[in-house]
Design a protein around this ligand. Structure first.
Ligand code: WTA
Length: 633
């Protein structure tokens, strides 16, 4: 826990004011809470036009000394991670800070023994097991840059990420358990590595006893390597601005963007936000149900909680296995006090019989959190009434892979909550709402609605898109002058509370996962029968949004169930099951502007069952709209 926590609403207001009046002094004060090998000599330098942002320049540190070493003396025997397996009959694992430190150091030496040096990129493609946390922290220990790829992505999605970052080594497991049947992760990696010349070594953790095919000279078992490695590994001294990790996120073109986060700023941002938003006591038990393959898992399963020295739960399985009471069973079993999940999970659990909730004792809970997409009224109230029993503040946290840490959220028990509102920005975060013409909307008396931007840098912001700074500039810093554009729409009420309305670009949030429509269209177009396709989101009860694909076939092909299956398989293979469209409609054409641009606005309306399309007469092919609508699914 940090010593600069905000403890009341008046302290919040004071901190906010100070953070705007003198941002450098504000962040200095927070950064001083950490262990630095050498103090920074300049808090911030920035230039929105380049764009370039540097925080704590000249500062030297290693984040793992803050995550691990600094806790050893006082809290070495405190539990850092409680791991809960997919199968409730299997034993949980309890890992103290001291044990985690030891394992991280040893695995850091494994990486070194396999030729990994400071600055090298390491891909981690693993299930939710403690070894995933160990591998990521081991990278940070030696200054290697981790690039974690969610273990639900397909082999070609891994390959493109490995190649983009030119990773030298990949860490994986032989199997992953999520629900009933194991999935052969190593097989997926083998397939990916056929196209990854930069990979020299693949380290395989044996999650299951199944026989595992190993490629000679390349593949090594985790256990064998650990047995050979030295226990002692001093932390590499890093520059505050050195990269800590790359994490890929979807964009509106086909290629995912490798967002680069830095050692110093990310450390300060993830810990400061964790501490203030969740307001934990020393012996509380915190559980975030996200996967470490996403930013939420990076910042709020591993770095934020461990930097603050608390106990964090890692869960391997899924909310529905062995039944829909699993989350609540774990809350009861581990006496979880702080529970952080996604609206899509809440909605799917709210659909089940209340017995799944009621048979468990949830009285340990103090704070609930929500992340990843807007939370609707029904889900908010269900969460509040049945899980929190009306006693737990709900922190609806708005942020992004790019922001590295929470930007807008209530501080639990300190600032007010309000259903469906992420509420107020954290001190240090200067938001603005922009109108159609790119002007800031400054009204504070009534409801203001616009696009959300951030007008001052913050420490945990991503510094670039790996290997493509131009794309970083175009995506985030070209829409508005001297500001970061989030890609989200929002409105603000008279009290200054923000409510996020959703994406305003070609990214769709499905079950809390950020999916670009372009790569899905590319995958569909790979099918021999497909001329062209367009993918849009439409509202879905549980997933928040689901995907609707409009597909044009070559004349010689007839629509069929078989084709639908094959098209879904294309998406599954190219990206992963999460990106499979719920609905596929075969169409004769797509509505286009005269310059040939697909009018997605109209397709979104058709997919949502709306019929007011506005003026379609300027389209190249207005007649197609009626035709698509009449055959809509
Ligand atoms: C959406 C996840 C409403 C938003 C941390 C954002 C939210 C995108 C919320 C980033 C929230 C995230 N309320 N919408 N509390 N949190 N979003 O990069 O559209 O996976 O731009 O980061 O999720 O998704 P990402």
């Amino acid at each position: 826990m940090l010593d600069v926590r905000i403890n009341s609403f008046s302290e919040y207001k004071k901190a906010y004011r100070e953070s705007v009046e003198n941002p450098e002094a504000f962040w200095d004060n927070i950064a001083e809470q950490f262990v630095w090998r050498k103090k920074w000599n300049k808090t911030l330098s920035y230039d929105f036009s380049k764009p370039e942002f540097k925080w704590f320049e000249g500062g030297q540190l290693n984040i793992t000394e803050n995550v691990l070493d600094r806790h050893l003396e006082k809290d070495g025997n405190k539990t850092a991670i409680i791991w809960e397996p997919n199968n409730p009959l299997e034993e949980s694992r309890i890992i103290t800070y001291r044990q985690l430190h030891a394992k991280v150091c040893r695995f850091a030496n494994v990486l070194k023994n396999n030729g990994i040096k400071k600055g090298d990129r390491v891909c981690i493609y693993m299930p939710m097991i403690p070894e995933l946390a160990i591998a990521m922290l081991a990278c940070a220990r030696i200054g290697a840059v981790h690039s974690i790829v969610f273990a639900g992505f397909s082999s070609s999605a891994i390959a493109s990420r490995i190649n983009d970052a030119q990773c030298k080594l990949v860490v994986t497991a032989n199997e992953v358990y999520r629900g009933e049947k194991p999935i052969n992760l190593k097989g997926i990696v083998d397939e990916a590595l056929k196209d990854c010349p930069s990979i020299q070594t693949c380290i395989v953790y044996r999650r299951a006893l199944e026989p595992t095919l190993m490629v000679g000279g390349r593949d090594k078992f985790w256990m064998d390597e650990m047995a050979k490695a030295n226990a002692d590994c001093p932390a590499e001294q890093m520059d505050a601005e050195d990269p800590l990790f790359i994490l890929y996120t979807s964009g509106s073109t086909g290629k995912p963007k490798g967002m680069v986060h830095t050692c110093g700023g990310y450390m300060v941002g993830s810990a400061y936000t964790f501490d203030n938003v969740f307001q934990m006591d020393a012996n509380d038990i915190y559980w975030c149900t996200a996967d470490i393959g996403w930013i939420t898992g990076h910042s709020y399963i591993i770095y934020g909680p461990l930097l603050c020295g608390v106990t964090t739960v890692m869960f391997e399985g899924i909310p529905s296995y062995p039944d829909f009471g699993r989350f609540w069973e774990i809350v009861e079993k581990l006496k979880v006090t702080h529970f952080y999940t996604a609206p899509t999970a809440i909605r799917s659990l709210a659909k089940q019989s209340l017995e799944f909730v009621e048979k468990h004792d949830l009285s340990s809970l103090k704070v609930l959190g929500s992340v990843g997409e807007p939370i609707n009224q029904e889900a908010w109230h269900w969460y509040n009434d049945y899980i929190g029993k009306g006693n737990c503040p709900i922190v609806d946290t708005w942020w992004q892979t790019e922001t590295g840490a929470i930007m807008i959220s209530p501080l639990a028990g300190i600032t007010s909550t309000r259903p469906t509102f992420a509420t107020l920005p954290l001190p240090g975060i200067q938001l603005m709402l922009m109108d159609e013409n790119g002007n800031e909307i400054e009204t504070s008396t009534e409801k203001a609605e616009g696009r959300l931007a951030i007008k001052f840098p913050w420490p945990s912001m991503a510094r670039t898109v790996y290997g493509d700074h131009q794309r970083y500039k175009e995506t985030y810093f070209s829409t508005f002058e001297n500001a970061y554009f989030t890609g989200d729409g929002a409105y603000r009420d008279a009290m200054g509370y923000y409510r996020i309305t959703g994406r305003v670009d070609d990214v769709v949030i499905v079950s809390g996962h950020n999916l670009g429509t372009a790569p899905i269209e590319n995958a569909i177009n790979e099918h021999d029968a497909v001329v062209e396709s367009a993918v849009v989101g439409f509202p879905h009860d549980i997933k928040g949004n689901a995907l609707y694909a409009y597909v044009i076939l070559y004349d010689e092909f007839e629509p069929s169930e078989q084709l639908i299956k094959e098209i879904k398989d294309e998406v599954d293979q190219s990206i992963g099951a999460i990106a499979k469209p719920d609905k596929i409609q075969f169409v004769k054409g797509l509505p286009k502007t005269r310059s040939g641009k697909i009018m997605r606005r109209i397709l979104r309306k058709i997919a949502s069952g709306e019929s007011d399309f506005g003026d379609t007469s300027t389209l190249l092919n207005p007649e197609i709209v009626e035709d698509i609508k009449n055959n809509a699914l």
